[in-house]
Design a protein around this ligand. Structure first.
Ligand code: ADP
Length: 515
């Protein structure tokens, strides 16, 4: 090992001399700089590249330990350090090592061999530390780069999904309208297949949007009181046909102890259950699927979705909740995106709960989750969506502000089918002008529009009309960026993400518009 420059920091001239002699005995051309005080050492270390510093721990005015500690905390440890202890006490040595020294040597044991051994050891430890630090920095940089790329990817997937959603929504809406026209049998079947393809596409796009929302931390829960039983009933209703087609029995058992009303996000709970029950049906060739809900401690509920299906081996159970993980046969895979369970886990975690699975191949599976859901006072039940419009005595006078002509046309036709009178405008300024006439009972407001966007248009309308006098329901293509908060701040009564099922829109209209 060759070293070029050594710094000795010691207030005792005799000790400095002894160290210099021992060092030069082995390497006569070695450059040695001697200083008496810590302050001088600091100035020197800032200016010169040094291989090793021999530091007397007992310096006048300033302890060597404090000096080392200061260097270490400032991230300035500029070279290898051998702490020179006068007493040979282990305690001082340990303190010196903790403060950043790479080795220590009692002054009483200094000779050529011990000094060079300590020097070699300290230099190699210092180099190792530097290499480790450099690798850490490289890893940090790499990590930051990966996170940056991940953010770009998430944003890209989010943007692409939103771009997809609008045309798919329009197609779905148009198909729905076509289904209400007179059709020959063959056309009806073809259109029904088109509808089912669009519904599947929409589900995949929605899953992608949900996952990107969750990954970017933008998922918001909309907690409110709701009847637990209603959520379970709605899920069962949705999947009933699927179960019937496969000849499966479908059961639901809600513990009678459970308070009927709880406080939480019913649509996210429905989404979790729907994913689990949908999977249970998909992976169960015969037998039964059941949902059970039981109390698990105070204000915590345990949901179980049991099936008598193909089951899952223990080896793959651990990976099930990762995005894109699929173990099903190709036949099953074609019907799923592999995102369902990843979304389930993220939603459950977002609700402050846990999710898991118990399963054995050939013996069925039980997917369970436990979420805190506090009891709530009985409230008003969500009215069932009434897409057919049969429940109205008469429709509402509605103003739709939407700049995409196809989306506007589809929405207008759908609303007209429900019995409403609809006027369409394509920008926010026009929306403010017309709505100010007072002849509309509600405004359905696209958020992104030219001239004046939906937020600003709403703010202007709110100068004259309260939420009660003129309900404004936002339609947004952007589910990612805390949109509900923006909508609320602008004064909108409610919001729906495009493509909003017309039944949801109807539900909000019935809720907000005073008859
Ligand atoms: P997918 O949309 O493909 O169903 P999921 O994330 O919902 O994606 O499920 C991932 C995989 O987990 C499925 O492809 C399937 O292999 C397995 N799986 C999920 N639920 C069950 C179940 N009840 N029984 C057997 N396997 C299941």
């Amino acid at each position: 090992m060759t070293v070029q420059k050594i710094l000795i920091v010691d207030d005792a001239p005799a000790d400095r001399l002894m160290l210099s002699r021992c060092l030069r005995a082995r390497q006569p051309d070695i450059e040695i700089v001697q200083v008496e005080r810590a302050e001088e050492a600091l100035v020197f270390l800032r200016q010169q590249v040094t291989d090793c510093m021999f530091l007397d721990i007992h310096l006048p005015g300033h302890s060597g330990i404090e000096f080392l500690e200061g260097l270490r905390q400032a991230g300035l440890m500029p070279c290898a350090v051998v702490a020179m202890t006068g007493s040979g006490s282990d305690r001082v040595a340990v303190e010196a090592l903790k403060s950043g020294a790479h080795d220590y040597l009692p002054k009483g044991r200094v000779n050529e061999v011990s000094l060079w051994d300590a020097l070699a050891y300290a230099v190699s430890r210092y180099q190792l530390q530097r290499e480790t630090r450099q690798r850490e920095l490289q890893l940090e940089e790499l990590n930051q780069e990966l996170e940056r790329k991940d953010r770009i990817k998430t944003q890209f997937v989010a943007n692409a999904s939103h771009e997809l959603r609008t045309p798919v929504a329009a197609i779905t809406g148009l198909i729905g309208l076509m289904q209400r026209t007179e059709l020959v049998e063959e056309q009806r079947k073809l259109i029904s297949s088109m509808k089912s393809c669009c519904d599947t596409l929409l589900l995949v796009v929605d899953d992608l949007i949900d996952l990107t929302k969750i990954e970017s931390g933008a998922l918001e829960l909309h907690n409110r009181p709701f009847r637990l039983g209603q959520v379970c009933e709605q899920v069962l209703e949705t999947v009933q046909i699927l179960a019937q087609d496969k000849g499966l029995e479908l059961h639901c058992r809600v513990d009678s102890e459970i308070s009927r009303w709880v406080h939480g996000d019913p649509s996210r709970l429905r989404q979790i259950l729907y994913n689990l029950v949908g999977n249970a049906i998909k992976f169960t060739p015969s037998g039964s699927v059941s949902i059970s809900v039981a109390e698990k401690g105070a204000d915590c509920l345990r949901f179980e979705v049991m099936d008598s299906g193909i089951g899952i081996s223990e080896a793959v159970q651990q990976r099930l909740f990762e995005p894109h993980f699929q173990t099903g046969s190709l036949d099953h895979r074609a019907k799923g995106s592999g995102l369902g369970l990843a979304i389930v886990r993220s939603l459950v975690q977002r609700m402050g709960g846990e999710v898991g699975v118990l399963s054995r191949p050939g013996r069925g599976s039980t997917f369970w989750f436990e979420v805190p859901l506090a009891g709530a006072p009985e409230g008003q039940e969500e009215s069932a969506p009434t897409a057919q419009g049969s429940q109205h005595e008469r429709g509402f006078r509605l103003l739709v502000a939407e700049d995409n002509p196809i989306a506007a046309r589809v929405l207008a036709l759908q609303l007209q089918h429900l019995g409403h009178e609809v006027t369409v405008v394509s920008d926010g300024r026009r929306a403010v002008e017309l709505a100010s006439s007072g002849q509309y009972q509600a405004v359905i407001m696209d958020c992104q529009m030219p001239e004046l966007d939906g937020f600003e248009a709403t703010r202007r309308l709110r100068e004259s009309y309260s939420q009660h006098q003129l309900p404004i329901i936002a339609l947004t293509a952007n589910a990612l960026l805390g949109e509900s908060t923006r909508c609320q701040a602008a004064g909108m009564n409610d919001y729906l993400v495009k493509p909003a099922p017309v039944a949801d829109l109807q539900r909000l209209l019935e809720h907000w518009v005073a008859r």
